[in-house]
Design a protein. Structure first.
Length: 209
């Protein structure tokens, strides 16, 4: 079964607490998505392989470490995942970015694909799939299905909050994908939204509701 890492950092919990408030403004919510994603990425990159290289400091030559290969790619699930990608790019500015477009059928609650664009060398890269919410798990499973069909094997999934139902579904569908979660919430409601949740992350990021 896939590894599930739930964040325990005070800054993450503090920022998620502000995001939960219905009075939080669109700008503040958007900025917090970026900030929390950056903090989660810090943990998700903890075990990336390193290699040693020789560098010259202002005083002498020495051995330093850098990420081996540096072939990383961030794949936000549109549209809400875009601002998570911004946060990760603050830490890994040289990473490439792919995009997967999915929307949820409001009757079946299942994802429908409408867009997928990845780097030409995607199969050689370590993928960080990002979406603020892991609710039913449908979108995450569908996005990772698309990546695996294109020969991509190294995949991690990052989200701000998750419901137990979504985690279970993603683990069963993709037991080889590590899952990084800002906070594990209580459950889904009858409409497939996370409780207590943040509301609709896309609408709150873009002020469309």
């Amino acid at each position: 079964m896939s590894e599930v890492i739930i964040m325990d950092h005070p800054l993450i919990h503090h920022k998620l607490g502000i995001m939960r408030r219905k009075t939080t403004s669109t700008k503040e919510f958007r900025d917090l998505v970026t900030e929390v994603a950056m903090l989660i990425c810090y943990e998700a990159t903890r075990n990336l392989p390193l290699t040693e290289i020789e560098v010259e400091t202002p005083l002498t030559k020495t051995m330093a470490k850098e990420i081996e290969g540096k072939k990383l790619c961030i794949v936000p699930i549109l549209r809400a995942g875009l601002h998570m990608a911004d946060g990760i790019l603050n830490l890994i500015p040289n990473a490439k970015v792919g995009h997967i477009g999915l929307y949820r059928n409001e009757e079946t609650l299942e994802p429908v694909e409408y867009f997928c664009k990845l780097p030409s060398d995607a199969a050689d890269r370590e993928m960080f799939v990002v979406d603020p919410m892991l609710a039913t798990g449908g979108s995450a499973v569908a996005a990772i299905d698309l990546l695996k069909k294109r020969g991509i094997k190294k995949i991690r999934f990052l989200c701000l909050i998750a419901a137990p139902e979504g985690v279970e579904r993603l683990q069963k569908a993709h037991p080889d994908v590590s899952i990084y979660i800002g906070n594990l919430d209580d459950r889904l409601n009858e409409n497939g939204y996370i409780l207590p949740g943040l509301g609709d992350a896309g609408d709150r990021i873009y002020g469309t509701k």
